[in-house]
Design a protein around this ligand. Structure first.
Ligand code: ZN
Length: 267
């Protein structure tokens, strides 16, 4: 019995290793059951549907809407330089898009492929352009690290079990679409995207470098997370707060990454 279990476990682990991909930036291994370029296409479709759905109001022509596009473009070109400097730009296919949507929700996300949404509820907490750059740098760093590819894959693996492990089939890609919609809360009040603390720290670290490369002072990130921390009480629904615990531990980790990021910050 025990031996059968071991063989099964070995088979499963072998299958999982076969479907592991490696993050080009940190070298971290992650489960990838989906064809990533197809996932990007599907995410782009999901984004388009999200923007055009009756529940979404895209803000255009206001100073905040312009700011979201301006900061987004600065962060995007810094991200491209970040990837080029590390010699991994060819492993990414970002088709950037940045939109501000009207919502009391305190939230922001970047889908695989570079589709970004900023909810107007988070704007007062960002405080200034550097605060917004903090949020965008962080969310884009999650995308660079393929955290949601890994999470979508984990979700598919849970749904389908061992049978799919090792194959990126059309079935798994169909499931990827629904996984993306579920993760980002499209068609649902709240998404299920919740990264581990390690993922959060990795996104903080790369996000700080990216915002610095885009010309924003990384020290502003500390102030942003402190504002986030004091916004905790009273503001609802604050999805970003529940998925991004901004406690003292996070803030002190963030501070420890600042000297590295400052090397990229040219006044
Ligand atoms: Zn995060």
């Amino acid at each position: 019995m025990k031996r059968i279990f071991n063989y099964t476990a070995m088979f499963l682990i072998g299958g999982i290793l076969a479907s592991c991909a490696t993050s080009a930036v940190t070298g971290r291994k992650y489960l990838s059951l989906v064809n990533e370029s197809q996932l990007n296409d599907q995410a782009a479709l999901a984004y388009k549907e999200f923007l055009s759905s009756s529940g979404t109001k895209v803000v255009t022509g206001t100073s905040n809407a312009t700011m979201v596009k301006r900061v987004g473009n600065n962060i995007a070109s810094a991200t491209n330089r970040f990837l080029q400097e590390r010699g991994v730009a060819d492993q990414y296919d970002f088709n950037w898009e940045f939109n501000l949507v009207q919502s009391d929700e305190v939230n922001a996300w970047c889908m695989p492929g570079g589709k970004v949404a900023v909810y107007s509820g988070i704007i007062p907490i960002t405080g200034n352009e550097a605060g917004l750059a903090t949020v965008m740098g962080h969310e884009i760093a999650h995308a660079i690290e393929k955290h949601s590819v890994a999470q979508a894959s984990n979700q598919i693996a849970l749904q389908l079990g061992a049978q799919v492990i090792g194959a990126a089939s059309s079935t798994t890609n169909n499931r990827a679409v629904s996984a993306i919609n579920q993760l980002y809360g499209i068609g649902a009040p709240l998404g299920m995207l919740k990264f581990s603390r390690n993922d959060e720290l990795a996104a903080d670290r790369a996000g700080l470098i990216i915002m610095a490369m885009a010309g924003y002072d990384p020290n502003e990130a500390v102030k942003f997370w402190e504002r986030m921390s004091s916004a905790k009480s009273g503001q609802a629904p604050a999805e970003f707060l529940s998925t991004h615990p901004s406690d003292a531990r996070r803030i002190s980790q963030l501070q420890s990454y600042i000297p590295e990021a400052m090397k990229y910050y040219k006044k």
